[in-house]
Design a protein around this ligand. Structure first.
Ligand code: GDP
Ligand code: IMO
Ligand code: MG
Length: 446
């Protein structure tokens, strides 16, 4: 038995879905534990591209249970539209479950998210405008609507009669928007609840039973460590806990049941939205990293925004190892570096104010914003890695690059991805049953 958390080790979009899809082959259940339709997870199977926002990437394996956990925020319209598109492509929904206690993203959440963003001017966060922050805010102030409320007309009506007039004050007075009609929302969302009723249940109970039966549980993180509301680059974060600890809270599973945590990182780095990004690149390097015009160009899956790009940041990598307790790393998109003459890795930060060198992430948000990267430069390999299927197939310069990353982070690189397709994957060591994580920075492949 192995219960495994897959977590983004950077700013999101690391290729978590590709890794989840790879591991889901041997999983009995795949659980999303946080976030909502802000996620955009891509899986490519036999040339067909699937983009998931709410539904776990494991749904492509029939017979694998997929759970939208209690820590998620769910937009029922987005759920129904995503599921409908999958069903048209022949996906089976018989093993799909939605937590009764997950919170519902309502129309006012989306309107307020967008209006708040627009009003922030140059202090904007760059949210996906999917209503994520306002939904989690209502959850924390204990006025949120949960999935189970959509099934009970009386409860739903009472909640909306209380909430909508209050949200209308915000919409009308703060943002000059039209008020919403509680009755119309009630009718629409009660009907949506009706459509989703066959999926809604106590998912924590189901997961516990599966754990007792020694089934394999895979927890699919959304977003990434540096977007975590507690441990990320606050306030430029999402409103949930994408980090490994969030999986226990968001799925309703005790930490003693988790066997393994796998971090996913790109071989370089991207970020969508605002916020600090010490290794960010512009000009020719960014154009090359973005691979403009190619199928895997760095464009956000959910919003279509161009992703900011930069070199691999080992300081953030070490931070991610610490915060998540990573056992090993999956490094994706190595092939994107194939044509670079030189490749840089940030190994430390220099504070331009004090000239101090920081090997670890400064805890103060303001000082993180001004950090300058200290780089080590590698010679590129100038050869395609798309066809490599083992560590030994990789060019020596690419092997050196990966060895350096694992030495810097102190955890083994267990998986390397060299393309979007399922088979464009190198498993260096078993990511689930391989040795437990190395605590010093001396580990190397050789
Ligand atoms: P996620 O949100 O972490 O699941 O990642 P996204 O799906 O948002 O973005 C990752 C993108 O990179 C997707 O288009 C993937 O198909 C693609 N991808 C994943 N691994 C590789 C790889 O090794 N090489 C290339 N070229 N593309 C990859
Ligand atoms: P996946 O799961 C990358 C970013 C947004 C914004 C910030 C807050 O595909 O890795 P939100 O709408 O959550 O309030 O936006 O977080 N963001 C992501 N960036 N990948 C994601 O998901 C993201 N989900 C949110 O761009 O900067
Ligand atoms: Mg994504």
């Amino acid at each position: 038995m192995a219960n495994v958390i897959v977590v983004g080790a950077q700013f999101g979009d690391e290729g978590k879905a590709k890794v989840t899809d790879l591991l889901a082959k041997n999983a009995d259940v795949v659980v999303r534990y946080q976030g909502g339709a802000n996620a955009g997870h891509t899986v490519v199977v036999d040339g067909d591209t699937y983009k998931f926002h709410l539904i776990p990437s494991g749904v492509l394996y029939s017979g694998t249970m997929c759970i939208l956990g209690p820590g998620m925020v769910i937009d029922p319209k987005a759920f129904i539209s995503e599921l409908g598109a999958l069903q048209k492509r022949g996906t089976d929904d018989s093993m799909l479950k939605v937590s009764a206690t997950a919170h519902v993203t309502m129309p006012y959440h989306m309107l307020i998210d967008a209006a708040e963003e627009d009003s922030r001017g140059d202090r904007k966060i760059g949210t996906t405008k999917r209503g994520i922050g306002p939904t989690y805010a209502d959850k924390c102030t204990r006025v949120g609507i949960r999935m189970e409320d959509l099934l009970d007309g009386e409860v739903l009506k009472a909640k909306l009669d209380y909430l909508v007039p209050r949200k209308n004050v915000i919409l009308e007075r703060l943002y000059n928007l039209e008020p919403l009609d509680p009755k119309a929302i009630f009718e629409e969302y009660f009907e949506l609840g009706n459509k989703m009723s066959k999926y809604i249940c106590d998912t924590s109970q189901i997961i516990f039973q599966l754990i007792q039966q020694r089934k394999n549980i895979l927890f699919e993180g959304a977003q990434g460590t540096l977007l975590d509301v507690d441990h990320g680059s606050y306030p430029y974060v999402t409103s949930s806990s994408p980090t490994a600890g969030g999986a226990c809270i968001g799925a309703g599973v005790g930490p003693t049941y988790v066997d393994r945590v796998i971090g996913v990182s790109k071989a370089y780095m991207t970020r969508v939205g605002e916020g600090p990004f010490p290794t960010e690149q512009f000009g020719e390097v960014s154009d090359n990293l973005r691979q403009i015009g190619k199928a895997w160009a760095e464009v956000g899956v959910t919003t279509g925004r161009l992703r900011r790009v930069g070199w691999f940041d080992a300081v953030l990598g070490r931070y991610s190892v610490r915060i998540n307790g990573l056992d090993c790393l999956a490094v994706t998109k190595l092939d994107v570096l194939d044509e670079f003459d030189e490749i840089k890795v940030c190994i430390a930060y220099r504070d331009p104010k004090t000239n101090e060198i920081h090997n670890e992430l400064p805890s103060i948000a303001g000082s993180f914003q001004r950090m300058e990267p200290v780089y080590t430069t590698f010679a590129g390999w100038n050869r395609s890695t798309n066809e490599c299927r083992s560590y030994n197939d990789l060019p020596v310069a690419a092997q050196r690059y990966l060895n350096f990353i694992q030495e810097q982070l102190g955890v083994p690189v267990a998986i390397v991805s060299v393309g979007q397709q399922r088979d464009q994957t190198i498993v260096i060591e078993d990511p689930i049953h391989g040795p437990k994580r190395v605590l010093t920075r001396t580990n190397s492949f050789s």
